[in-house]
Design a protein around this ligand. Structure first.
Ligand code: SF4
Length: 312
């Protein structure tokens, strides 16, 4: 079953929430003061090459505030624009299952109890920060609330994983997806386009690979070169080619048209604080990027899954 509207040639998250809850749902990024096993030495050091100090959570709440204060601050800002709506507590920064299971339980239960309008939890993590006790906890939570686990993959290609210092392989990712699905937990996967060693076809291979797994959502990002990251330093020393907006659009359109009909597209481009961004500068114009993709798909009568199961 597809959930496309007339406005969009692919399944958007907004539309999914509208159908499921009959109103707008906002994700509120909370900071649970997590670290990352790929930074603290337990799995690796230095982190992924593009990772910023905040651990890819540049818009998360301030970790020195309580969860409730973080939530209320963001909610108040949102309510200036949208009076009504439901909320999802979103643990985004760093690796949000990287604490012991009892601490996780307390934190996630607290987040869910902040207000009745919080109808779900979204937890971003890595496949190597999950174990049986954590899967059990997540399964338990998923029975009480709408739980989404966001898993980073970025690329299926091992050479890229090594280049970006990802610190886990594809098997670890696939095992985590399968375990989560066995427990009926929704999985949203992050991928990145534009790694300098990758061809457009390799990027398509990554998104096509996900068609073979039972995932519910995808976030597609462009590789951002940010200040104060290993990638930023590398780029300053030896600038490499980054995709242009047109190239990015073409790749994303290919990915969407090959993507399974029922996967929900949570994002087509990433966000990063503009004062930290080095390149590519076109990513600052998020709405233009999305418009370009939509316009191109409409003009060419394309939609999600039209080429599903075709390799090229
Ligand atoms: S897994 Fe996430 S938080 Fe950890 S180093 Fe990579 S991008 Fe940063």
């Amino acid at each position: 079953m597809h959930m496309r509207t007339k406005e969009k040639p692919y399944n958007t998250l907004n539309n999914y929430y509208q159908l499921r809850y009959g109103q707008k749902v906002f994700k509120i990024a909370l900071n649970g003061d997590f670290t990352c096993p790929n930074k603290d030495g337990s799995k690796g050091t230095g982190g992924c090459i593009y990772c910023s100090e905040s651990g890819s959570g540049d818009f998360a709440g301030n970790k020195t505030f309580s969860l409730n204060d973080q939530f209320q601050n963001i909610k108040q800002m949102m309510q200036k624009k949208w009076k009504n709506g439901l909320y999802i507590a979103y643990f985004q920064a760093n690796t949000n299952t990287y604490k012991d299971v009892e601490t996780l339980r307390t934190l996630f239960e607290e987040a869910l109890s902040l207000e009745p309008k919080i109808i779900g939890l979204s937890i971003a993590t890595r496949c190597d920060a999950l174990d049986d006790a954590k899967y059990d906890l997540l399964e338990e939570l998923s029975k009480k609330t709408h739980l989404q686990i966001e898993l980073g993959l970025q690329s299926i290609h091992q050479e890229t994983a090594l280049w970006m210092n990802r610190g886990h392989d594809l098997q670890c990712f696939t095992d985590a997806v399968n375990e989560l699905r066995k427990r009926n937990i929704d999985v949203v996967v992050h991928i990145i386009n534009g790694f300098p060693n990758e061809t457009p076809n390799m990027m398509l291979e990554t998104s096509n690979f996900l068609n073979n797994l039972d995932i519910q959502g995808i976030k597609i990002h462009m590789l951002h070169v940010m200040k104060k990251t290993a990638l930023g330093h590398l780029y300053a020393k030896e600038p490499f080619n980054l995709l242009t907006l047109d190239e990015y659009r073409d790749i994303v359109v290919k990915q969407i048209t090959h993507l399974k009909e029922d996967i929900i597209i949570h994002r087509l481009t990433g966000d990063s604080p503009t004062d930290q961004l080095i390149a590519p500068l076109w990513t600052k114009k998020k709405f233009i990027v999305m418009n370009e993709i939509d316009k191109y798909m409409r003009a060419n009568k394309l939609h999600q899954a039209i080429y599903y199961n075709q390799k090229e």
